[in-house]
Design a protein around this ligand. Structure first.
Ligand code: HEM
Length: 391
């Protein structure tokens, strides 16, 4: 029990040596706590859901909101900085974009080659760095999403590193990017927008950008969506898989899940998401006076939903007990619920199934990543246990 908590804690502390202990200490101060310099911190899942469902009072497009952070680089209409009718209209056009079936086919197609090579190496007894593999695979999927056709490992790595470059400009306290940072972020995002626009123009309905055109998005909406997918859908998925593998390994559950993935894989993914919360906080800006969890909030206040605290209050990783009723709060709730949820799940499932098919596996070495926004392992070396029969 102790060992399993230790590694996750080390991963969190390597990313946020000061902020993580503070965030966890705030969780002990009550369900909703005003923290000077940070905002109103929400540690309780039910209160978080109430806030996320009330898009009139708690918005993503005011001072201290994610809009303030991302609008200067992504433009004004990219879902994650929108509210009200305009947001509803764009979301409704995008409802059919990442259906589970389409997301599965996309991941199967894009990852078939990399996964085959990965499986071969594991079966041959090599140590495989799951964190590094995931950076390449998440890069490959995002290249396909934005419509970059000429791929290959170098291109995938480059794409992943470009995303990291932007995300690393943000800390838990960042309210807006400096002019220089915004310029650097635009330098990365403009070529991505251009690639997306070309894929949109070609209108191939088998591609994500082509589908957006069919769904009625304008070119500039599709361009903006590509930027939003790139920022939200790359590191989140890439960092989850090594953490899930490590949690299963450290709790002695890798073998069980490998033996019955049909029954045990999805609950294990959900439980790993709950304790790791790849998006550790969600931000909102208060537009109307309101009371939340006994605290009065005023227009202009910044609300920081500590998703990590909300989800961790249900205890450490334990896929054996009935799951707490969180309705996947780690993907958000209400109108901004993660649009890429089916894609994230498809990507995670196909990679983890491949890894588990080579069980029994052992982590031989690992290292947490330092100074990153999304806590992560820099490396997790996984090796097939010597003497095991080839499956
Ligand atoms: C493990 C993986 C992921 C996690 C944990 C995650 C988590 C989240 C969360 C918590 C939100 C809501 C934020 C809020 O309300 O403030 C969100 C929104 C969003 N996510 Fe994800 N996400 C993941 C993967 C993806 C992927 C793969 C994509 C697409 C390629 C994606 C695209 C989006 C978009 C576009 C939004 C904004 C939706 C809107 O504002 O209407 N996400 N995600």
């Amino acid at each position: 029990m102790k060992r399993r908590a230790q590694w996750e804690r080390r991963v969190q502390l390597a990313a946020h040596p000061v902020a993580y202990p503070l965030l966890r200490a705030v969780a002990r101060c009550g369900p909703v706590v005003r923290v000077p310099g940070v905002g109103v911190v929400v540690n309780d899942a039910a209160t978080a859901r109430e806030i996320l469902l009330d898009g009139e009072t708690f918005r993503k497009d005011g001072p201290g909101s994610p809009g303030e952070l991302w609008t200067p680089v992504l433009g004004p209409s990219v879902l994650l900085n929108m509210e009200g009718p305009a947001h509803r209209e764009l979301r409704s056009k995008l409802t059919g974009l990442f259906t589970p079936g389409y997301a599965e086919r996309l991941c199967d197609d894009v990852l078939a080659g990399p996964l085959e090579r990965l499986a071969d190496r594991l079966r041959g007894g090599a140590a495989v760095d799951v964190a590094d593999e995931m950076r390449v695979m998440a890069g490959a999927v995002i290249c396909a999403v934005i419509g970059l056709e000429a791929g290959g490992e170098a291109a995938y790595r480059h794409m992943f590193a470009q995303g990291e470059k932007i995300v690393s400009m943000v800390s838990l306290r960042t309210r807006r990017l400096s002019t220089a940072q915004a310029a650097r972020a635009r330098k990365v995002l403009d070529p991505i927008g251009a690639i997306a626009a070309r894929a949109y123009a070609s209108g191939d309905e088998s591609t994500v950008m082509g589908r957006m055109r069919t769904l009625g998005l304008s070119e500039s909406e599709a361009r903006g969506a590509a930027g939003a997918f790139f920022l939200t859908g790359t590191e989140t998925v890439a960092t989850l898989v090594p953490r899930l593998i490590a949690l299963l390994h450290d709790t002695g559950r890798l073998g069980d899940v490998a033996a019955d993935p049909g029954r045990l894989l999805d609950p294990s993914i959900d439980e790993a998401m709950r304790v790791t919360t790849p998006t550790p906080v969600m931000l909102r800006s208060v537009h109307k006076r309101a009371r939340v969890g006994g605290v009065t909030v005023e227009p202009g206040d910044r609300v920081l939903i500590a998703t990590h605290n909300c989800c961790r209050s249900f205890g450490p990783f334990d896929p054996d007990r009935p799951p707490p009723d969180l309705r996947r709060l780690w993907f958000g709730a209400g109108p901004h619920f993660c649009l890429g949820y089916p894609l994230a799940m498809a990507e995670i499932r196909v990679v983890v199934r491949t890894l588990l098919a080579a069980a029994p596996l052992k982590i031989v070495r690992r290292r947490p990543a330092r100074g990153v926004l999304i806590p992560a392992y820099r490396s997790v070396e996984l090796r097939r246990v010597v003497g095991a029969k080839t499956p």
